[in-house]
Design a protein around this ligand. Sequence first.
Ligand code: GDP
Ligand code: MG
Length: 228
Amino acid sequence: MFPQLGDKLQDIFKDLRGHGVISESNIDVALRQVRMALLEADVDFQVARKFIARVKQKALGETVLRSIAPGQQIVKIFHGELVALLGGDAEPLHLEDKARILIVGLNGSGKTTSAAKLALLLKKQGRMPLLVACDLQRPAAIEQLATLGRQIDVPVRIPDPGEKNVQRVAAAALEGAPTARASSVQIFDTAGRQEIDDELMDELRALKEFLRPHEILLVADAATGQQA
Ligand SMILES: Nc1nc2c(ncn2[C@@H]2O[C@H](COP(=O)(O)OP(=O)(O)O)[C@@H](O)[C@H]2O)c(=O)[nH]1
Ligand SMILES: [Mg+2]
């Protein structure tokens, strides 16, 4: 989906850059194509519409039309708006001393990978992350986290063999926490689940109550589109 969208946008912009002088109608045509490309990539209609409107408003500013390379200018505006749309109001993580982060999401959405990436990021920021394997559904899940932990040199808390109770795993991880340093961060990697899995949803609710995490991070596939 993304490579396709990228190719389409490149074509549109290449076309636009080809014009020495750009008129309002050139911009209109290009932005209509961009809007179609966004909709085909399953971007929300309102999001696409507002986004295009903002780009257009800026692009129609005199400075763009009269600039030496108007095509380039528009690409720059587009880029700026895209960055603002995707990350403009990003919230930093609220991590106090000995923070707990709960990672949740659908099956295969990238929870375990993201947990490890986050651990590495926090480690680079001078914190002391601990990964806690709370996916007891898939036997390979624990091994996966352990492997990732070894790769990034971050400790991983592994449940006892055959353990089926996530709360017990979480409790064991918390037990170590009071003596841990203030900079420690525990990241709890959970099993994937859907809203309709009553049992698993109850498990997660109970785990949340028990852990009282500082942050709950939902990991979602960027290609989920409107399903999100
Ligand atoms: N392309 C891509 N693949 C990813 C990303 N994150 C995870 N994956 C892959 O998606 C699959 C599922 O990831 P995993 O972390 O095990 O998902 P989990 O089941 O939610 O824990 C694995 O094959 C990962 O290598 C990502 O950001 N980009
Ligand atoms: Mg996983």
